[in-house]
Design a protein around this ligand. Structure first.
Ligand code: FES
Ligand code: FES
Length: 215
């Protein structure tokens, strides 16, 4: 809106220096070059370079999963979560779907002995690893000590969170994260119980931790 002769540069022109207008023209030109889209051949070359690094996987793909000591072959879309593979394709419905967003712990399973939320794990990523679900915890008729402890301490009401709580509890003890009540509460905090059975769950986990400490 203001004429150029109102600018400080125009009021005190520097004889050999570039005017504000010519400076803007120059920088505008440089910016124009910098922001210009690559010409077609450059764009094609770039696309050719990127294409092999980002293949599109789609459709059912053969994969095999080692679950509870048994290798299962199945065809799944690469986007299938481990949770859906277990429940929908392998009929292992002991692992529960609560939030499906990694926030409740109902879907906890072990992969190579470490607890994971199976709703946040792609089945394809679990290939070649040992997956243990709640169905694989007991040895035949003999319950796992954590399952026994949940029965003994009445650690469940509706039972929906229980498989996840038990899987998490087993790992928590193994990690050495259940040596005090506070520590066990903290390290089990990713497992939500809508019934509020927490005192009994804690008692069960601490009981097993005590048994482990005694050897
Ligand atoms: S269902 Fe996986 S964390 Fe809730
Ligand atoms: S026992 Fe019902 S949600 Fe935990």
């Amino acid at each position: 809106m203001y004429p150029d002769d109102h600018t400080p540069d125009a009021a005190n022109p520097t004889p050999q220096g570039p005017s504000r207008r010519s400076f803007l023209k120059q920088t505008g030109g440089l910016l124009g070059v910098a922001l210009a889209p690559p010409i077609a051949s450059q764009a094609e070359a770039l696309a050719d370079k990127l294409a092999p690094a980002s293949p599109v996987l789609s459709g059912a793909t053969p994969m095999s999963l080692n679950i509870n000591g048994q290798v299962k072959s199945l065809r799944l879309e690469p986007r299938t979560t481990l949770l859906d593979a277990l429940r929908e394709y392998l009929d292992l419905t002991g692992t529960k779907k609560g939030c499906d967003h990694g926030q409740c712990g109902a879907c906890t399973v072990h992969i190579d002995g470490r607890r994971v939320n199976s709703c946040l794990t792609l089945a394809v990523m679990a290939q070649g690893k040992q997956i243990t679900t709640i169905e694989g915890l007991a040895k035949g008729e003999e319950l796992h000590p954590m399952q026994e402890a949940f029965l003994k301490h009445d650690g469940f009401q509706c039972g929906y969170c229980t498989p996840g709580q038990i899987m998490s509890g087993v790992a928590c003890v193994k990690e050495g994260h259940a040596t005090t009540d506070d520590q066990a509460r903290e390290w089990m905090s990713g497992n939500i119980c809508r019934c509020g059975a927490y005192p009994n769950i804690l008692a069960a986990v601490r009981d097993v931790a005590g048994q482990s400490a005694k050897g």
